[in-house]
Design a protein around this ligand. Structure first.
Ligand code: C6P
Length: 425
């Protein structure tokens, strides 16, 4: 492996767009890149946490600040109009990218977590009550699990969890048992950030709709890595974050079907989201602005637009194929060690990440050794603590891949794990 022809994407030319991949690491962290011990080439395999940003995206954000930095929807001066058009166009671009009907269905938030909270508060607080259930899966991220748990406590609703079987797949028979006429919301992760499992969300949407329930799909790990069409899934709500898909931090997306968003009350109140205000009462702006109170994420929205342009130039089918190639390769190579346990489904059934443990070694110790090799991965519970409890481990080590990663980098990971094995033997 490792030659250019075998990759679904042009990794060599993609890597040139990401100057950070030239970094060497290991020196004094207060002087990034300049320490005397900065000798190890960076092998960045922590993309499920945050991906890197290509020059095209940084340039587009810089262009906004250098050329037309201004608040949106507030001024009739030229710069404000330019910024408003760019900001609104970013909503259109997102809508097109995920198959939404239009900008009315695309709300910009801070991240996936805020998108989840928006629906939980703006819809859940008024619609849920005793007797209602919210059905999650056992592999939900805390963004979903904690949020629905708290809303259920406030409203008297009950949270139930669809089982994940020993192979890391969602138990669809259990889903069919749990989702019934008491179900008001099904909230499921599309691609698990710990197991790499791909959830059959369209099937779950059918189940939810058969019982007049809504479905919220957490697409934080799917939108960056595969083509997604929210209408084909028939999702009622769908959320993801810009920083995991080559965009800047500080921007997330909430997709919602227009008729549902229309009926919902706002989540945050203030400027930008109102149509008229008197001392007695207020009325709301049209969608999506009703849900974007205060000065919104202008530069971030413009950056997300640029990130989508970049990803679509590469081609989302190719992005997915590259992810799957690297995940399967990493899965196969790590499986060769009999003291490494990998969590989740087989290599050919997963999204682009592999979480594992080395027998008898805490994930933090392993990741510290990997760091000594320049290999950046994530260690911890990845905000899926109950799932780790179920797996019977406090933490795991996770490598996650993106379009600029190579099989040589997977080899570097595997060599570093092997070194750790010798060290702890
Ligand atoms: N996961 C990781 O796995 P925010 O932080 O709001 O941008 O995204 C939250 C989130 C929601 N759902 C899933 C499936 C996720 O993977 C994440 C973020 C990161 O490393 C941080 S825990």
């Amino acid at each position: 492996m490792g030659t250019q022809e075998q990759y679904p994407v042009d990794v060599a030319s993609i890597r040139e767009d990401f100057p950070i991949l030239e970094r060497k690491v290991g020196g004094d962290i207060e002087t990034p890149g300049e320490g005397p011990d900065d000798t190890r080439p960076l092998v960045y395999l922590d993309n499920a946490a945050t991906s890197h940003t290509p020059t095209a995206v940084v340039d587009r954000i810089a262009d906004y600040y250098y050329s037309y930095n201004s608040n949106v929807h507030r001024g009739i001066h030229h710069l404000s109009q330019e910024a408003s058009v760019a900001y609104e166009n970013a909503h259109d671009r997102v809508a097109e990218f995920i198959g939404a009907a239009g900008r009315e269905e695309v709300v910009f938030t801070k991240n996936t977590t805020e998108s989840m909270n928006l629906v939980a508060y703006a819809w859940g607080l008024s619609e849920l009550g005793p007797g209602d259930t919210v059905v999650l899966s056992e592999m939900e991220h805390h963004a979903s699990l904690v949020t629905w748990q708290q809303i259920a406590k406030k409203t008297g609703a009950t949270v139930e969890y669809i089982r994940v079987d020993d192979a890391g797949r969602l138990d669809m028979d259990h889903a069919a048992e749990l989702i019934d006429d008491s179900t008001a919301m099904v909230s499921v992760v599309h691609v698990s950030n710990t197991l790499g499992t791909v959830t059959p969300v369209a099937e779950l949407a059918d189940l939810a709709h058969d019982h007049d329930a809504y479905i919220f799909v957490d697409g934080a790990q799917s939108v960056p890595t595969r083509p997604v069409d929210v209408e084909a899934i028939d999702a009622d709500f769908f959320a993801f974050s810009g920083h995991k898909m080559l965009g800047p931090t500080g921007i997330g997306v909430l997709y919602g079907k227009e008729h549902i968003l229309e009926e919902m009350q706002p989540y945050l109140y203030g400027g930008e989201m109102i149509r008229s205000v008197t001392y007695e009462d207020s009325t709301w702006e049209e969608l999506p602005w009703k849900f974007e109170a205060g000065t919104p994420v202008i530069a971030q929205g413009i950056g997300l637009h640029a990130a989508i342009d970049y990803l679509e130039d590469v081609g989302m089918e190719r992005v997915q194929a590259h992810e799957e190639l690297l995940a399967e390769y990493a899965y196969d190579e790590l499986s060769a060690f009999d003291d490494v346990e990998i969590y989740g489904p087989p290599g050919d059934e997963r999204g682009g990440l592999v979480a594992f443990n080395l027998d008898g070694v805490h994930a933090h110790d392993l990741s510290s050794i990997l760091n000594d090799h320049g290999v950046a991965i994530r260690a911890g519970d990845h905000c899926t603590q109950p799932l780790h409890d179920k797996l019977g481990v406090p933490a795991s080590t996770r490598a996650s891949f993106y379009i600029y990663n190579t099989t040589d980098e997977v080899d570097a990971l595997v060599d570093a794990v092997d070194d750790a094995r010798q060290l702890f033997a």
